[in-house]
Write a protein that binds this ligand. Sequence first.
Ligand code: ADP
Ligand code: ADP
Length: 216
Amino acid sequence: MLKATDVRKSYGNLPILKGVNFEVQKGEIVSIIGPSGAGKSTLLHILGSLDQPDEGTVKLKGTMISELSGNLLSNFRNQNIGFVFQFHHLLPEFSALENVCIPAFIAKTPKKQAETRALELLDLFGLKDRVNHKPNQLSGGEQQRVAIARALVNNPAIILADEPSGNLDSENAAALHQLFVSLRDNFQQTFVIVTHNEHLAKTSDRVVTMKDGLIV
Ligand code: ADP
Ligand code: ADP
């Protein structure tokens, strides 16, 4: 599904990624762990084409995303990669339903079709009676589930998550991890997750440890 080959990245003179090779199969949940500053977020951003490597390549579903740029890149990213962050980044002025629809609207999906898909996801995540709530009317766990629905609305090949449960209490974190597992089991959804959470690492199919810019 996703393959990164000999990825290198420096900020100024400081090498951050020093030749990372990384592969994810369809339907796999892979956790990336390791000490702060190891380069985990930098790698995740490069896997998601939010940032480009200085050297090396990233291929997603047969497309060399490390060679795309401009509109081609942003369109490909919007349709194939779902992002989930520690802080949900929902737009405060919009309802849960509208927030989930945004990536579909960017992909020019017709309104009815986008809303049907968004409602399906919100229902699946137990948020049926929350669709018209604004983010500040939702609990932390609910906000994060809305963010995951938004990440899934375009049926992306892969979800990239950076500390998705980092801002949740242990109960909500466990529920979120269970949601990832059920998306894998029911839809063969693929995940790469940067986490400090041991429970999440344990429920993954594979754990990759980074240290000092390398996978160890
Ligand atoms: P981790 O996610 O493992 O904590 P990061 O990938 O966030 O590690 O950061 C790795 C190193 O890269 C850190 O030392 C960080 O300060 C540095 N870094 C990250 N982003 C930038 C940037 N945009 N400019 C300069 N240095 C950066
Ligand atoms: P959690 O189980 O995630 O800890 P909370 O106890 O924070 O949930 O919230 C319980 C319910 O109260 C949620 O379903 C949420 O919709 C509602 N709620 C939480 N915060 C607010 C708020 N600021 N305004 C309106 N409703 C809220």
